[in-house]
Ligand binder design. Structure first.
Ligand SMILES: [Zn+2]
Length: 188
């Protein structure tokens, strides 16, 4: 699920994203799917941090919330891809405020979300199995294939994948508000 509030849960302006990579072919491939609900587009896995993830109150930017964001990321990944991971194995690769997409005004979500995106790499690509009804056509895509898909890929995911050094960096981030919050670092 993306920040668009399709679960009925109250929007709390948080989003976790998960980039799953596999390197068994020698090339990096990324697990992607097509979202069923509008806006229909190709995206990786994402959703809100929910109360059951243990999100406390106060400034969401505070590091004390990291554990809840990680639990949410592992939960969403399992729901949307069938891949089970230990939250501690996830590597934080993006911290950014998403400025919102006017096209999503009807989704019940605030325009602005704090995103934390995690990456996990597998040497052997795990099977992809959609459990929730939110995405379909799960597949492994090379960075070139994602780049060639262009506008079919959700803008925030074009930003996230560039920020994680999987796509080339854009001249200007399409969706981040201000500068991303996390040091972009260097390619892993
Ligand atoms: Zn929301």
């Amino acid at each position: 699920m993306n920040p668009q509030n399709t679960s009925g849960a109250r929007c709390n302006r948080t989003s976790v994203g998960i980039i799953v990579t596999a390197t068994d072919n020698g090339d990096v491939r990324v697990a992607m799917g097509d979202r069923v609900k509008p806006p229909a587009c190709t995206a990786a896995f994402a959703g809100h941090v929910e109360p059951s993830d243990g999100l406390g109150s106060g400034d969401l930017h505070h590091p004390a919330h990291e554990a809840a964001f990680r639990r949410a990321a592992a939960r969403e990944l399992l729901e949307e891809s069938g891949i089970a991971v230990d939250p501690a194995e996830l590597r934080l690769v993006v911290g950014a405020v998403y400025a919102g997409n006017p096209a999503w005004g009807s989704g019940g979500c605030a325009p602005e979300h704090l995103w934390r995106v995690y990456e996990i790499n597998f040497r052997e690509a795990p099977a992809l199995r959609a459990v929730a009804r939110e995405n379909r056509n799960l597949r492994w895509m090379t960075p070139d294939e994602i780049g060639d898909a262009g506008q079919a890929v959700e803008p925030v995911w074009r930003d996230h994948l560039a920020y994680a050094h999987i796509l080339p960096a854009p001249e200007k981030w399409a969706t981040y508000q201000g500068e991303p919050l996390l040091d972009r670092g260097s390619p892993a």
